[in-house]
Design a protein around this ligand. Structure first.
Ligand SMILES: Cc1cc2nc3c(=O)[nH]c(=O)nc-3n(C[C@H](O)[C@H](O)[C@H](O)COP(=O)(O)OP(=O)(O)OC[C@H]3O[C@@H](n4cnc5c(N)ncnc54)[C@H](O)[C@@H]3O)c2cc1C
Length: 346
Protein backbone atom coordinates (compact mmCIF):
# COMPACT_ATOMS: atom_id res chain seq x y z
CA UNK A 1 0.00 0.00 0.00
CA UNK A 2 1.26 3.49 -0.81
CA UNK A 3 1.16 5.13 2.61
CA UNK A 4 2.56 8.44 1.35
CA UNK A 5 -0.98 9.45 0.38
CA UNK A 6 -2.45 8.49 3.75
CA UNK A 7 -2.80 11.19 6.36
CA UNK A 8 -1.47 10.15 9.75
CA UNK A 9 -2.53 11.51 13.09
CA UNK A 10 0.41 11.40 15.51
CA UNK A 11 -0.14 11.06 19.24
CA UNK A 12 2.64 11.22 21.82
CA UNK A 13 1.69 9.56 25.11
CA UNK A 14 3.32 11.08 28.19
CA UNK A 15 3.16 10.62 31.94
CA UNK A 16 4.45 12.29 35.09
CA UNK A 17 7.74 11.33 36.71
CA UNK A 18 7.96 10.03 40.31
CA UNK A 19 7.57 13.54 41.74
CA UNK A 20 4.25 13.96 39.93
CA UNK A 21 5.14 17.58 39.18
CA UNK A 22 7.01 17.14 35.88
CA UNK A 23 6.84 14.92 32.83
CA UNK A 24 9.25 11.99 32.85
CA UNK A 25 12.47 12.43 30.88
CA UNK A 26 11.44 9.66 28.47
CA UNK A 27 8.13 11.49 27.90
CA UNK A 28 10.01 14.70 27.05
CA UNK A 29 12.17 12.72 24.61
CA UNK A 30 9.03 11.31 22.98
CA UNK A 31 7.68 14.86 22.57
CA UNK A 32 10.84 15.82 20.65
CA UNK A 33 10.42 12.73 18.46
CA UNK A 34 6.76 13.63 17.84
CA UNK A 35 7.59 17.25 17.00
CA UNK A 36 10.35 16.20 14.57
CA UNK A 37 8.09 13.68 12.90
CA UNK A 38 5.15 16.07 12.62
CA UNK A 39 7.40 18.77 11.16
CA UNK A 40 8.92 16.44 8.59
CA UNK A 41 5.67 14.79 7.55
CA UNK A 42 3.44 17.86 8.04
CA UNK A 43 1.02 15.63 9.91
CA UNK A 44 -1.01 16.66 12.97
CA UNK A 45 0.51 16.20 16.42
CA UNK A 46 -1.38 15.61 19.64
CA UNK A 47 0.21 15.21 23.06
CA UNK A 48 -1.64 13.07 25.59
CA UNK A 49 -0.87 13.37 29.31
CA UNK A 50 -1.68 10.83 32.00
CA UNK A 51 -1.25 12.33 35.48
CA UNK A 52 -3.00 13.23 38.71
CA UNK A 53 -2.81 16.91 37.74
CA UNK A 54 -2.10 17.51 34.06
CA UNK A 55 -2.37 21.31 34.27
CA UNK A 56 1.03 21.76 35.92
CA UNK A 57 2.65 19.30 33.53
CA UNK A 58 1.31 21.00 30.42
CA UNK A 59 3.08 24.32 31.22
CA UNK A 60 5.51 25.24 28.47
CA UNK A 61 4.53 22.39 26.15
CA UNK A 62 4.41 23.09 22.41
CA UNK A 63 1.29 24.79 21.08
CA UNK A 64 -0.37 21.75 19.65
CA UNK A 65 -3.46 19.81 20.61
CA UNK A 66 -3.16 18.68 24.24
CA UNK A 67 -5.35 15.96 25.68
CA UNK A 68 -5.22 14.86 29.30
CA UNK A 69 -6.53 12.16 31.55
CA UNK A 70 -6.36 13.47 35.11
CA UNK A 71 -7.31 12.41 38.60
CA UNK A 72 -5.92 10.66 41.67
CA UNK A 73 -6.41 7.26 40.05
CA UNK A 74 -3.67 8.18 37.56
CA UNK A 75 -1.12 9.36 40.11
CA UNK A 76 0.41 5.90 40.38
CA UNK A 77 1.42 3.38 37.72
CA UNK A 78 -1.17 0.60 37.61
CA UNK A 79 -2.04 -1.55 34.61
CA UNK A 80 -5.82 -1.08 34.70
CA UNK A 81 -5.80 2.71 35.03
CA UNK A 82 -2.85 3.36 32.71
CA UNK A 83 -4.21 1.09 29.97
CA UNK A 84 -7.67 2.68 30.21
CA UNK A 85 -6.13 6.18 30.13
CA UNK A 86 -3.93 5.46 27.10
CA UNK A 87 -6.80 3.79 25.27
CA UNK A 88 -9.07 6.79 25.89
CA UNK A 89 -6.37 9.22 24.70
CA UNK A 90 -5.76 7.21 21.51
CA UNK A 91 -9.47 7.12 20.74
CA UNK A 92 -9.96 10.84 21.51
CA UNK A 93 -7.02 11.78 19.28
CA UNK A 94 -8.06 9.42 16.49
CA UNK A 95 -4.40 8.44 16.50
CA UNK A 96 -2.90 6.36 13.71
CA UNK A 97 0.71 6.67 14.98
CA UNK A 98 1.27 6.49 18.72
CA UNK A 99 4.70 7.33 20.12
CA UNK A 100 5.23 5.77 23.53
CA UNK A 101 8.11 6.59 25.89
CA UNK A 102 9.93 3.41 26.97
CA UNK A 103 9.97 2.86 30.71
CA UNK A 104 8.37 0.57 33.23
CA UNK A 105 5.10 2.51 33.29
CA UNK A 106 4.01 2.60 29.65
CA UNK A 107 6.04 -0.33 28.29
CA UNK A 108 3.86 -2.72 30.25
CA UNK A 109 0.55 -1.32 28.98
CA UNK A 110 1.41 -0.36 25.38
CA UNK A 111 0.95 -3.84 23.87
CA UNK A 112 -2.39 -4.28 25.66
CA UNK A 113 -3.64 -0.91 24.43
CA UNK A 114 -2.54 -1.68 20.86
CA UNK A 115 -4.49 -4.93 21.08
CA UNK A 116 -7.62 -3.19 22.38
CA UNK A 117 -7.49 -0.80 19.43
CA UNK A 118 -6.80 -3.52 16.87
CA UNK A 119 -3.43 -1.96 16.06
CA UNK A 120 0.18 -3.14 15.97
CA UNK A 121 3.20 -2.40 18.13
CA UNK A 122 6.97 -2.31 17.73
CA UNK A 123 9.42 -1.74 20.55
CA UNK A 124 13.02 -0.46 20.84
CA UNK A 125 12.45 2.14 18.15
CA UNK A 126 15.41 4.48 17.71
CA UNK A 127 14.32 6.65 14.76
CA UNK A 128 11.20 7.36 12.70
CA UNK A 129 11.09 8.97 9.28
CA UNK A 130 8.98 9.40 6.20
CA UNK A 131 9.92 6.91 3.51
CA UNK A 132 8.66 6.61 -0.06
CA UNK A 133 5.83 4.29 1.05
CA UNK A 134 4.88 6.02 4.29
CA UNK A 135 6.39 6.02 7.75
CA UNK A 136 9.45 3.94 8.53
CA UNK A 137 10.77 3.07 11.97
CA UNK A 138 14.25 1.86 12.81
CA UNK A 139 15.14 -0.67 15.44
CA UNK A 140 18.12 -2.85 16.22
CA UNK A 141 18.24 -6.61 16.58
CA UNK A 142 20.76 -9.16 17.78
CA UNK A 143 22.35 -7.03 20.47
CA UNK A 144 22.43 -3.95 18.23
CA UNK A 145 24.30 -5.67 15.41
CA UNK A 146 21.57 -5.55 12.79
CA UNK A 147 19.53 -2.44 12.09
CA UNK A 148 16.07 -2.97 10.58
CA UNK A 149 13.76 -0.45 8.93
CA UNK A 150 10.11 -1.35 9.53
CA UNK A 151 6.93 -0.29 7.77
CA UNK A 152 3.43 -1.44 8.64
CA UNK A 153 -0.01 -1.05 7.17
CA UNK A 154 -1.77 -1.75 10.48
CA UNK A 155 -3.07 1.30 12.32
CA UNK A 156 -2.88 2.51 14.99
CA UNK A 157 0.83 1.71 14.97
CA UNK A 158 2.42 1.97 18.42
CA UNK A 159 6.12 2.78 18.45
CA UNK A 160 7.85 2.41 21.81
CA UNK A 161 10.89 4.70 21.70
CA UNK A 162 14.17 3.64 23.27
CA UNK A 163 15.32 6.07 25.95
CA UNK A 164 18.24 8.31 25.02
CA UNK A 165 17.57 8.36 21.27
CA UNK A 166 16.07 11.87 21.22
CA UNK A 167 16.95 15.04 23.13
CA UNK A 168 14.39 15.78 25.87
CA UNK A 169 11.97 18.59 24.96
CA UNK A 170 12.71 21.72 27.00
CA UNK A 171 9.43 23.28 28.19
CA UNK A 172 9.12 26.98 27.37
CA UNK A 173 6.72 29.63 28.67
CA UNK A 174 2.97 29.69 28.51
CA UNK A 175 0.09 27.53 29.61
CA UNK A 176 -1.54 25.89 26.63
CA UNK A 177 -5.18 24.81 26.65
CA UNK A 178 -5.84 21.23 27.67
CA UNK A 179 -8.80 19.16 26.66
CA UNK A 180 -9.79 16.68 29.36
CA UNK A 181 -10.65 13.17 28.23
CA UNK A 182 -13.09 11.15 30.31
CA UNK A 183 -12.12 7.56 31.12
CA UNK A 184 -14.43 4.77 32.03
CA UNK A 185 -12.43 2.82 34.61
CA UNK A 186 -13.00 -0.85 35.21
CA UNK A 187 -13.35 -2.17 38.77
CA UNK A 188 -9.88 -1.70 40.28
CA UNK A 189 -8.44 -4.72 42.04
CA UNK A 190 -4.97 -3.30 42.61
CA UNK A 191 -4.20 -0.70 45.24
CA UNK A 192 -0.79 0.92 45.02
CA UNK A 193 0.40 1.35 48.58
CA UNK A 194 4.01 2.45 48.05
CA UNK A 195 7.02 2.07 45.82
CA UNK A 196 9.79 -0.07 47.22
CA UNK A 197 13.09 0.34 45.44
CA UNK A 198 16.75 -0.02 46.33
CA UNK A 199 18.54 3.03 47.69
CA UNK A 200 20.06 5.27 45.00
CA UNK A 201 23.62 4.06 45.63
CA UNK A 202 22.56 0.40 45.55
CA UNK A 203 21.22 0.92 42.06
CA UNK A 204 24.40 0.67 40.06
CA UNK A 205 22.77 0.53 36.62
CA UNK A 206 21.88 4.12 35.76
CA UNK A 207 20.78 4.49 32.12
CA UNK A 208 20.60 8.29 32.43
CA UNK A 209 24.18 8.69 33.70
CA UNK A 210 26.64 10.62 31.53
CA UNK A 211 29.33 8.02 32.08
CA UNK A 212 29.63 4.26 32.00
CA UNK A 213 32.26 2.87 34.39
CA UNK A 214 33.32 -0.64 33.48
CA UNK A 215 35.08 -3.05 35.78
CA UNK A 216 37.01 -6.03 34.47
CA UNK A 217 38.39 -9.22 35.95
CA UNK A 218 41.72 -7.49 36.67
CA UNK A 219 40.22 -6.03 39.87
CA UNK A 220 40.18 -9.53 41.37
CA UNK A 221 43.50 -10.78 39.98
CA UNK A 222 46.80 -11.02 41.83
CA UNK A 223 48.45 -7.64 41.82
CA UNK A 224 52.19 -6.83 41.61
CA UNK A 225 52.59 -7.67 45.35
CA UNK A 226 51.42 -11.23 44.59
CA UNK A 227 48.13 -10.78 46.51
CA UNK A 228 44.52 -10.14 45.51
CA UNK A 229 42.84 -7.02 46.92
CA UNK A 230 39.16 -7.64 46.32
CA UNK A 231 37.84 -5.68 49.31
CA UNK A 232 39.94 -2.68 48.39
CA UNK A 233 38.72 -3.00 44.79
CA UNK A 234 35.08 -3.02 45.94
CA UNK A 235 35.59 0.06 48.10
CA UNK A 236 37.37 1.98 45.33
CA UNK A 237 34.68 1.13 42.76
CA UNK A 238 31.77 2.05 45.03
CA UNK A 239 33.42 5.30 46.13
CA UNK A 240 33.97 6.22 42.48
CA UNK A 241 30.33 5.45 41.61
CA UNK A 242 29.06 7.49 44.55
CA UNK A 243 31.23 10.49 43.64
CA UNK A 244 30.47 10.49 39.91
CA UNK A 245 26.96 9.00 39.63
CA UNK A 246 28.32 6.81 36.81
CA UNK A 247 26.53 3.66 35.70
CA UNK A 248 28.36 0.42 36.51
CA UNK A 249 29.13 -2.04 33.74
CA UNK A 250 31.30 -5.12 33.85
CA UNK A 251 33.11 -7.61 31.67
CA UNK A 252 31.66 -11.10 31.49
CA UNK A 253 34.72 -12.62 33.16
CA UNK A 254 34.17 -10.56 36.29
CA UNK A 255 30.41 -11.14 36.68
CA UNK A 256 30.86 -14.85 35.98
CA UNK A 257 33.10 -15.11 39.05
CA UNK A 258 30.09 -14.27 41.20
CA UNK A 259 28.23 -17.50 40.35
CA UNK A 260 27.14 -20.33 42.64
CA UNK A 261 26.47 -18.05 45.57
CA UNK A 262 30.09 -16.88 45.74
CA UNK A 263 29.91 -13.15 45.56
CA UNK A 264 33.23 -11.67 44.55
CA UNK A 265 32.11 -8.07 44.23
CA UNK A 266 28.63 -8.32 45.80
CA UNK A 267 27.17 -5.31 43.97
CA UNK A 268 27.81 -6.86 40.53
CA UNK A 269 25.32 -9.14 38.77
CA UNK A 270 24.90 -10.36 35.22
CA UNK A 271 22.66 -7.33 34.68
CA UNK A 272 25.83 -5.23 34.72
CA UNK A 273 27.48 -7.19 31.91
CA UNK A 274 28.30 -5.20 28.80
CA UNK A 275 28.94 -6.91 25.49
CA UNK A 276 27.81 -9.39 22.90
CA UNK A 277 25.93 -11.45 25.46
CA UNK A 278 25.31 -8.48 27.73
CA UNK A 279 23.94 -4.97 27.41
CA UNK A 280 24.65 -2.20 24.90
CA UNK A 281 23.95 0.97 26.90
CA UNK A 282 24.06 4.57 25.64
CA UNK A 283 26.28 7.02 27.50
CA UNK A 284 28.30 10.05 26.43
CA UNK A 285 31.50 8.66 27.96
CA UNK A 286 32.92 5.36 29.10
CA UNK A 287 35.85 4.47 31.34
CA UNK A 288 37.02 0.88 31.38
CA UNK A 289 39.21 -0.39 34.20
CA UNK A 290 41.11 -3.68 34.56
CA UNK A 291 39.43 -5.04 31.44
CA UNK A 292 41.28 -6.38 28.43
CA UNK A 293 38.99 -4.93 25.75
CA UNK A 294 38.21 -8.12 23.86
CA UNK A 295 35.84 -7.91 20.91
CA UNK A 296 32.84 -9.71 22.56
CA UNK A 297 33.02 -7.13 25.33
CA UNK A 298 33.74 -4.01 23.26
CA UNK A 299 30.83 -4.69 20.89
CA UNK A 300 28.62 -3.60 23.81
CA UNK A 301 30.31 -0.16 23.72
CA UNK A 302 28.77 0.60 20.32
CA UNK A 303 26.85 3.62 21.62
CA UNK A 304 29.52 5.00 23.96
CA UNK A 305 30.84 8.15 22.34
CA UNK A 306 34.12 8.85 24.16
CA UNK A 307 35.94 5.66 25.24
CA UNK A 308 38.80 5.54 27.70
CA UNK A 309 40.51 2.63 29.39
CA UNK A 310 42.95 2.01 32.20
CA UNK A 311 44.92 -1.20 31.85
CA UNK A 312 48.30 -2.49 32.97
CA UNK A 313 48.67 -4.21 29.63
CA UNK A 314 50.12 -1.86 27.01
CA UNK A 315 49.17 -4.42 24.40
CA UNK A 316 45.52 -4.93 25.39
CA UNK A 317 42.56 -4.79 23.00
CA UNK A 318 41.76 -1.19 23.98
CA UNK A 319 45.17 0.03 22.83
CA UNK A 320 44.63 -1.71 19.52
CA UNK A 321 42.24 0.91 18.25
CA UNK A 322 39.18 0.24 20.43
CA UNK A 323 39.51 3.17 22.85
CA UNK A 324 40.10 6.87 22.18
CA UNK A 325 42.51 7.15 25.10
CA UNK A 326 44.28 4.38 27.03
CA UNK A 327 46.09 5.00 30.29
CA UNK A 328 48.67 2.27 30.78
CA UNK A 329 48.57 2.38 34.55
CA UNK A 330 47.51 0.58 37.70
CA UNK A 331 43.74 1.14 38.07
CA UNK A 332 43.96 0.75 41.87
CA UNK A 333 46.26 3.76 42.01
CA UNK A 334 44.44 5.81 39.39
CA UNK A 335 40.96 5.33 40.90
CA UNK A 336 42.26 5.96 44.44
CA UNK A 337 43.75 9.26 43.23
CA UNK A 338 40.60 10.16 41.31
CA UNK A 339 38.43 9.46 44.36
CA UNK A 340 40.69 11.69 46.44
CA UNK A 341 40.36 14.54 43.91
CA UNK A 342 36.59 14.05 43.62
CA UNK A 343 36.23 14.15 47.42
CA UNK A 344 38.16 17.44 47.50
CA UNK A 345 35.89 18.90 44.81
CA UNK A 346 32.82 18.18 46.93
C1 LIG B 1 30.45 -16.17 22.62
C2 LIG B 1 31.11 -15.25 23.60
C3 LIG B 1 30.41 -14.19 24.10
C4 LIG B 1 31.01 -13.32 25.02
N1 LIG B 1 30.30 -12.25 25.48
C5 LIG B 1 30.90 -11.38 26.30
C6 LIG B 1 30.21 -10.23 26.77
O1 LIG B 1 29.03 -10.00 26.47
N2 LIG B 1 30.87 -9.37 27.58
C7 LIG B 1 32.16 -9.59 27.98
O2 LIG B 1 32.71 -8.79 28.73
N3 LIG B 1 32.82 -10.67 27.55
C8 LIG B 1 32.21 -11.57 26.74
N4 LIG B 1 32.91 -12.66 26.35
C9 LIG B 1 34.21 -12.92 26.99
C10 LIG B 1 35.33 -12.05 26.42
O3 LIG B 1 35.83 -12.67 25.25
C11 LIG B 1 36.47 -11.91 27.42
O4 LIG B 1 36.82 -13.17 27.91
C12 LIG B 1 36.14 -11.03 28.63
O5 LIG B 1 35.59 -9.80 28.21
C13 LIG B 1 37.43 -10.77 29.39
O6 LIG B 1 37.15 -10.06 30.57
P1 LIG B 1 38.23 -9.09 31.24
O7 LIG B 1 38.84 -8.22 30.19
O8 LIG B 1 37.60 -8.44 32.41
O9 LIG B 1 39.29 -10.14 31.83
P2 LIG B 1 40.78 -10.48 31.41
O10 LIG B 1 40.85 -10.90 29.99
O11 LIG B 1 41.24 -11.41 32.45
O12 LIG B 1 41.55 -9.11 31.53
C14 LIG B 1 41.86 -8.49 32.74
C15 LIG B 1 42.68 -7.26 32.43
O13 LIG B 1 42.90 -6.55 33.62
C16 LIG B 1 44.20 -5.97 33.54
N5 LIG B 1 44.63 -5.63 34.91
C17 LIG B 1 44.91 -6.47 35.95
N6 LIG B 1 45.24 -5.74 37.05
C18 LIG B 1 45.16 -4.44 36.70
C19 LIG B 1 45.38 -3.20 37.38
N7 LIG B 1 45.76 -3.16 38.66
N8 LIG B 1 45.21 -2.06 36.69
C20 LIG B 1 44.82 -2.05 35.41
N9 LIG B 1 44.62 -3.18 34.69
C21 LIG B 1 44.77 -4.35 35.34
C22 LIG B 1 45.04 -7.04 32.88
O14 LIG B 1 46.20 -6.48 32.30
C23 LIG B 1 44.05 -7.56 31.82
O15 LIG B 1 44.22 -6.82 30.62
C24 LIG B 1 32.33 -13.54 25.44
C25 LIG B 1 33.04 -14.62 24.91
C26 LIG B 1 32.44 -15.46 24.02
C27 LIG B 1 33.24 -16.61 23.48
Amino acid sequence: MDRSRIVESILVLTHADETGSALSKASLEAITAGQDLAARTRETLTIGIVAADATTLSKGLPSTKLLAVSGEAFAQPRYATDAAACEALCRAAGASIVLVPAGARFSRVAAGVAYRLGGAIDTHITAIHAGADGLEANRWFYRQRVEAVLTRDARPWFLVLDAGTHAPFVPGEGSPQIETVAVHLPALRTTVTRIQSPKQDEQTIRPDAKMLFVTGAGWTKKQPDGQTHVDEAGNLILAFLRATGASLGSSKSLVDQGGDGNSVLPFLTHMNQIGQTGATPRHAKGLSTCCHGEEPHVVGWRFIADRRAISLDANCGWTRGKADVVYVADAFQVIAKLNELLAKEK
